[in-house]
Design a protein around this ligand. Structure first.
Ligand code: NAI
Length: 400
């Protein structure tokens, strides 16, 4: 029987722990403050966890075998699931590294961008003996209801892409079959040709910083009487920003293809393609990106992250839409573009504005060498500072 280590303690970690514990041996680990202790107490109080499936009578009741903050628990696990926001991936990789056994598979959901650079940096020579599966997203939309006790799966994706780097001696198929066995029938894992495609195709880097910039870059600073809608409030100018970022990423894919015509970027979708592939049944009008976003029923009622202030609401720029998706998303793409001499006018505009709101310096004088670059997934943060170094990391044989 598979033995699984689930990392994190938020919505996703709680849902995964409950679903998988009904069939497998599950250890949940949270390194965040006293979260593991609080979660363990909550589960014991409730005599187990319950996960409901919205719109059905289905519910799963179960209890993880162990909830701990001790990273040595990884010794006894053959699959490690990262279901913690990507800003904390490095903390978990570092804590688990001393104890992890050969052949262990790390499934990172979602991987966001540059996960393979981080994995290699932290695991060093061990990396080749371990498996990495970088997922484009989480299999479920989910929220906890009563923290540590009950949670709800709002929806399960039909399919999700993953790029796999198997451990020495195993094939990609071995890894996919093992993970598919854990997930069950849905979602179906679709193999993506390389981790670079997951990194460049990361939709979070386009949508979250793009919509935030579109809404707030010329805000007058006055509190608003109510929270504005995040997706349904997208206007044509904001949709143009998203298409601009997406266009910059398409230009990066073209440059990779020029370097090596065999490098497969076919799975990197434009933002419009991604919307239509992910939400075709819930979009009422898919004639333009703006209409697709503002008529997507899956986004009903979702607002910009706001804080109460001055008798109204002001934007919370520290929310993960910027604090996660800029360093582990946009910075990666901008860094790759720089190494390939690709111009990224929209990414530059959004990144320059967003780093100001985060009080960080990633981009400096047009280069990814600001003082906070080490906190990002840009290749430059991992010492990859030339086209040749990037080609060597990607095992690309240069033709141009
Ligand atoms: P979440 O916001 O519920 O995660 C919170 C957890 O992050 C905390 O419980 C804690 O374990 C950890 N954490 C927070 N601050 C920390 C700190 N300072 N140091 C260390 N750990 C800290 O996130 P959620 O909803 O579980 O999502 C996980 C990932 O999946 C995110 O990247 C999210 O974008 C992505 N995702 C989530 C979806 C959902 O429906 N929940 C859907 C699609 C993607």
């Amino acid at each position: 029987m598979a033995s699984v280590l689930v990392c994190g303690g938020g919505n996703a970690a709680q849902v995964v722990s409950c679903l998988f514990a009904s069939r497998y041996k599950v250890t949940a680990i949270s390194l965040y403050a006293d979260e593991a202790e609080r979660w363990d107490k909550a589960v014991k109080e409730a005599k187990g966890m319950t996960c409901n499936f919205q719109g059905t009578n289905k519910a799963v009741n179960s209890m993880p075998d162990l909830i701990t903050k001790d990273p040595s628990a990884v010794k006894n696990c053959d699959v490690v699931l990262f279901t913690v926001p990507s800003s904390f991936h490095e903390q978990y990789f570092r804590a688990l590294e001393p104890f992890v056994q050969k052949g262990t598979i790390f499934a990172v959901m979602p991987a966001r961008s540059g996960c393979d650079f981080l994995f290699k940096k932290v695991m060093g020579e061990k990396a080749d003996t371990l498996g990495l599966a970088a997922f484009e997203t989480l299999p479920w939309a989910c929220r906890f209801n009563d923290w540590g006790k009950t949670a709800t799966v709002l929806g399960t994706k039909e399919s999700i892409s993953a790029a796999v780097v198997p451990p020495l001696g195993k094939s990609k198929l071995d890894v996919i079959l093992k993970l598919q066995g854990l997930l069950g029938v849905e979602p179906k894992i679709v193999e993506c040709p390389n981790v670079m495609s997951i990194s460049l195709g990361n939709p979070g880097q386009v949508i979250h910083p793009g919509v935030t910039y579109g809404k707030w870059h010329s805000w007058d600073g006055k509190p608003l009487p109510q929270k504005p809608l995040f997706y349904h409030g997208v206007d044509t100018q904001t949709a143009d920003v998203l298409e601009g970022i997406s266009g910059d990423i398409t230009a990066i894919c073209k440059a990779l293809k020029t370097l090596d015509p065999n490098f497969d970027c076919s799975e990197v979708k434009t933002i419009m393609e991604w919307y239509m592939a992910s939400y075709s049944t819930s979009i009422a009008d898919g004639s333009t990106l703006q209409k697709a976003m503002s008529t997507n029923s899956a986004y009903e009622g979702l607002c910009h992250p706001m804080k109460e202030s001055g008798g109204g609401y002001v934007p919370d720029f520290q929310f993960r839409y910027l604090s996660e998706d800029v360093p582990t998303g946009l910075c990666f793409s901008r860094g790759v573009a720089e190494l390939l001499n690709v111009k990224t006018p929209t990414i530059d505009k959004v990144l320059t504005w967003a780093q100001g709101k985060l009080s960080k310096e990633f981009l400096k004088d047009g280069k990814m060498n600001g003082k906070d670059i080490k906190d990002t997934r840009a290749p430059q943060a991992f010492g990859v500072t030339s086209k040749d170094m990037l080609c060597s990391f990607l095992r690309i044989k240069k033709e141009a």
